[in-house]
Design a protein around this ligand. Structure first.
Ligand SMILES: C[S@@+](CC[C@H](N)C(=O)[O-])C[C@H]1O[C@@H](n2cnc3c(N)ncnc32)[C@H](O)[C@@H]1O
Length: 307
């Protein structure tokens, strides 16, 4: 499944992020989220190009008439900066409950020469965003699943859309694959069994969120129920073949360390031993050394329009 183990908004309730000071944890998370979005940049660029096409094809502001964009649950702002490039005449507002991540977003925007049209707002879905002002495009990627009441969050996002504005929600896709079915350690099919414990953990994670409510994750229907129309969905492929560049390899290792920490103990003994070998930097069959490591995934995007 798509990775969900990063980006929980409330560190004090997140036992998995706490080994030292909160600051250190946010720092490590910010670095991982930055790397994640940098690796997924080809996907995000395909998604923003698709948004430009949607805005060109229909009534309402064309892509170059978009004046204000919100990136809600922006994290460290990699996507916010990509949105700034996709919408060159817009003010971009990165919105997140975590100030430390917004600091990173501001630094990035300044480095890229975008500071004059880049703002941040510390705010939390669903109710906290009411005051941040309306926008022509509202983007929220991999953030809604951290909110207990996702339908209320979509309602809150939809309320901020200007007439004919576009809401984009990115959730789900295809589970990432990074090793062949049989990679020479343990029983073939390890990644499918890892998906199962990941899914079970995800259910527990969501159930523990404040105000948790079940939602049928039919995103076009959720967007329509929020009063929007013309739902469209697309998924884009991330294909990083072997041999992996060092950055993507380091990202893969961090991701697997998180899996081990968060739900590794739910695996049976043989699979747990496989995971430990994959994480052993001295093992030639481990992720740090093996030549066949790749990263293949798909990320889904759902959009709909305001009247
Ligand atoms: C997995 S990260 C995704 C970051 C970025 N949007 C991306 O796609 O790379 C999840 C982000 O959602 C934020 N978040 C968590 N709960 C939130 C809430 N209730 N409202 C808004 N953002 C939230 C987290 O602080 C984190 O930055």
């Amino acid at each position: 499944m798509t990775d969900h183990t990063h980006g929980t908004a409330a560190p004090k309730h997140d036992h998995h992020h706490h080994h030292g000071s909160t600051e250190m944890d946010w720092d490590a998370m910010a670095t991982h989220l930055e790397r994640d979005a940098e690796i997924y940049t080809p996907v995000l660029e395909q998604a923003t190009a698709w948004l430009r096409d949607l805005l060109t094809e229909s009534a309402g502001p064309g892509p170059d008439e978009v004046r204000r964009v919100l990136d809600v649950g922006s994290g460290p702002g990699v996507t916010s900066c990509l949105l700034a490039h996709a919408f060159p005449n817009a003010e971009i507002v990165a919105v997140d409950p975590t100030e430390a991540l917004l600091d990173r977003a501001r630094d990035r925007a300044a480095r890229l020469g975008l500071a004059d049209r880049f703002r941040t707002e510390t705010a939390e879905l669903p109710d906290g965003i009411d005051g941040i002002g309306d926008a022509d495009v509202i983007w929220s990627s991999k953030a809604l699943h951290h909110v207990g009441d996702q339908a209320a969050a979509v309602d809150a996002l939809a309320r901020l859309l200007r007439p004919r504005g576009l809401l984009v929600v990115s959730e789900g896709g295809l589970p990432a694959r990074m090793l062949p079915r049989d990679f020479g350690i343990g029983r073939p099919g390890f990644l499918n069994r890892l998906d199962v414990v990941h899914e079970d953990w995800f259910v527990r994670m969501r159930a523990a969120l404040p105000g948790a409510r079940d939602l049928v994750e039919d995103w076009p229907a959720v967007l329509t129920a929020a009063g929007l129309h013309s739902p469209r969905s697309r998924s884009f492929l991330l294909d990083r073949p072997a041999p992996l560049d060092p950055t993507t390899r380091a990202y893969a290792v961090t991701q697997f360390e998180r899996y081990a920490e968060v739900f590794g103990d739910e695996l049976d003994a043989e699979d747990r031993a496989t995971l430990d070998r994959l994480l052993d930097p001295a093992d030639p069959a481990g992720l740090a050394q093996r030549g066949d490591l790749f990263w293949l995934a798909a990320q889904s995007f759902h959009t709909a329009r305001a009247a």
